[in-house]
Design a protein around this ligand. Structure first.
Ligand code: AMP
Length: 269
């Protein structure tokens, strides 16, 4: 897909490129002589073609500026560079009373020095966070939409709380593991992996543990947090008994793709 686009762009290509933002084959635009006098190819018949809009738009790319001080000390997994848009696909979730009650309990029992923070965007990840070039966002989203549009809507049910660490071991998460709906999630991940591979991007975990992260802290605090799991899971079972059942499942009828500060809704069938 990406290579097919590159070839057609190369075919269309005829002018100056914004070289720091447009990837793929580079064509030198340096001039070694004055166009009007010495260049035999500078007459009206050799007028340069306009730059394809997909390239010229790349130079008009709005920058997604990041300020780490606004992110509670989170360490970036990859450096922020102009043209790199952190992107991932997920199932969104609106916090329910059952979940916020659980979080209140967790904050009471875990030590303050862990500085546990509540997640600000509840979701179930279906891809890792990958880096997309700005001009890949539209075709990538389009590709994902095409691939999942026939996928049937489905339910997922929450199970128990688990502790997760990110790959760099710079953050530790408390997440609600998913019980049923696992087969559908695996099939969705396969479709999404296929889209990611077309752009040479990393696929999801080989052995995914689907979960909804509800809280996190800086560093690898897996061992410490695991000691609190029995109490947290006990409380979670009680809340599941006392709160309406629908607070602990999700009807998945669409996914979201977040790329930088842009959001795209991807409908299921
Ligand atoms: P998320 O809230 O989806 O960003 O997930 C929190 C962290 O869980 C991510 O940084 C993942 O690296 C981590 N994680 C660790 N093991 C797994 C796994 N088997 N499946 C999914 N996520 C995992």
């Amino acid at each position: 897909m990406a290579s097919k686009n590159s070839l057609s762009l190369l075919h269309e290509y005829g002018g100056d490129s914004s070289e720091d933002e447009v990837s793929g084959p580079r064509v030198s635009t340096k001039r070694t002589f004055r166009e009007d006098e010495e260049n035999p190819h500078s007459g009206p018949q050799f007028k340069r073609l306009p730059v394809p809009s997909i390239c010229s738009n790349a130079s008009k790319e709005p920058e997604c500026i990041d300020d780490p001080s606004l992110h509670d000390g989170r360490v970036r997994s990859f450096p922020h560079e102009r043209g790199n848009w952190a992107t991932f696909v997920y199932i969104p979730f609106e916090a329910t009373t059952g979940v916020t009650d659980l979080l209140a309990f967790i904050q009471e029992i875990v030590p303050e020095n862990l500085d546990l923070k509540i997640s600000d965007n509840f979701h179930i990840s279906l891809t890792k966070t990958v880096v997309l070039k700005y001009h890949w966002i539209t075709p990538f989203v389009q590709g994902v939409k095409e691939n999942i549009k026939l996928f049937r809507k489905f339910f997922i049910l929450f199970d128990s709380i688990q502790v997760y660490c990110n790959e760099e071991r710079t953050r530790t998460f408390l997440g609600i593991q998913i019980k049923s709906g696992h087969d559908s999630l695996i099939k969705l991940v396969q479709l999404l992996d296929r889209c990611l591979l077309e752009y040479g991007l990393p696929v999801f975990y080989k052995d995914p543990s689907f979960h909804l992260s509800i809280a996190w802290c800086v560093g690898d605090k897996k061992e410490t947090l695991q000691t609190y799991l029995p109490k947290i899971n006990q409380k979670f079972s009680e809340l599941m008994q006392s709160h309406p059942q629908e607070e602990f499942y999700i009807y998945v009828n669409s996914l979201l793709c977040k790329s930088g500060n842009k959001y795209f809704q991807l409908m299921l069938n």
